[in-house]
Design a protein around this ligand. Structure first.
Ligand code: BYC
Length: 327
């Protein structure tokens, strides 16, 4: 079932200064690192952590939107939302497969998610209260995801970089469907305008938090930038997102809920108000409105899918035995 799994598990190498320098030279030369290549243990662990958390975010991210599939206002909206939520499941699959090439199994990663030892994006611990939330999630959350993920297409680890190319194409469709929902509501009745403004008020700050803690407090950024896993820092991507999104809100006639938001001609970008990082860490550590529900729902899906995994394994074993007998 996990055919490409565990390939990289046998590449442990003594990390002499020469080995580390050779590895860094490959990174600096923009060579892609592949699963069978020797790599520092820290590089491997960083990728397992980041790709695993990214995969978890994709599948936990199916929950807040899946919640609206039965209540989408038209058949067209329902079909688009259904396709989007299925795409997120696919993203999780590509990412788990990419992480498996580093010598970790999907079962291990899932156990970490369900036991709370692996994180997933803070953004999915907020509830989707109205149909407007689905538009705002597509516009802002998928918009922030693209901003963060386009640079990951150039990540130094080949399987992650290649997975991200397809993910980004699909995220781009997601962002547009969200923006189109928001545009429809923003041009609608007063009640629709109020509903979409309310959703923007609730999702704006959590969307900025998605990019992670400020650079000064980001534990992994320096090393991940050196290894070209990350190409931009958390603050740099957050700034790009704000600069791209504010004109879109203006076009829609919506108000970003930040009184300090102001164009700064000198830096060529917007200054924004302070982010409540205490609230961010509270949510990351399990204190968000939906943390308990999200993990419970993932556990239920994992438990109820046990028979499918068992059947797939039995089918694979039968096929392998048949192939062996025919040889
Ligand atoms: N939420 O040193 P830092 C999507 C953690 S999927 C929770 O800056 P790093 C979508 C961080 O993990 C969106 N935790 O870390 C899906 C670390 O904790 P650990 C997900 C966060 O890794 C479906 C600690 O804080 N995208 O958009 O250098 C539908 C210190 O942070 C968060 C990805 O995963 C957070 N927001 O940078 C719609 C992209 N931020 O591990 C949409 C790939 C930070 O030491 N990931 N933490 O326990 C990345 O680009 C990077 O991992 C991050 C963080 C920028 C997120």
């Amino acid at each position: 079932m996990y055919s490409q799994g565990l390939i990289g598990a046998t590449t442990a190498t003594e990390e002499t200064p020469e080995f580390l320098a050779r590895f860094q030279a490959r990174i600096d030369a923009e060579e892609k690192i592949e699963p069978n290549d020797s790599m520092p243990e820290g590089y491997r662990r960083t990728l397992i952590r980041q790709i695993g958390q990214h995969a978890h975010s994709e599948i936990v991210g199916m929950l807040p939107e899946g919640n609206w599939i039965t209540r989408a206002p038209t058949l067209k909206r329902k079909a688009a939302l259904l396709a989007k939520v299925q795409d997120e499941g696919g993203h999780g699959l590509y990412l788990y497969a990419a992480a498996e090439t580093l010598g970790v199994s999907r079962e291990e990663m899932t156990e970490e998610l369900l036991s709370g030892t692996a994180k997933y994006s803070s953004i999915f611990n907020y509830p989707t209260l109205s149909w407007a939330d689905i538009g705002i999630v597509g516009w802002l959350v998928d918009g922030a995801a693209i901003m963060n993920q386009i640079p990951l297409c150039r990540c130094s680890f080949g399987p992650y970089a290649r997975a991200m190319i397809r993910v980004c194409k699909e995220e781009s469709f997601h962002q547009r469907q969200g923006y189109e929902i928001v545009m429809t509501l923003a041009r609608g009745t007063d009640a629709q305008k109020a509903m979409v403004q309310d959703a923007l008020n609730r999702w704006w700050w959590p969307s900025l938090m998605m990019f992670g803690p400020p650079d000064a407090e980001s534990a992994h950024s320096d090393q991940s930038m050196k290894w070209k896993i990350k190409r931009f820092t958390n603050d740099a991507l957050r700034q790009k997102f704000v600069d791209a999104t504010v004109p879109q809100a203006t076009f829609l006639g919506l108000t970003i809920p930040d009184k300090s938001l102001e164009w700064n001609a000198e830096k060529g970008g917007y200054d924004h108000g302070p982010i409540d990082w205490d609230a961010f860490w509270r949510v990351v550590k399990g204190g968000g409105q939906m943390n308990v529900d999200r993990v419970r729902d993932r556990k239920k899906a994992w438990d109820e899918g046990a028979w499918v995994r068992e059947a797939a394994r039995a089918h694979a074993a039968k096929r392998a035995a048949r192939k062996l007998a025919a040889e």
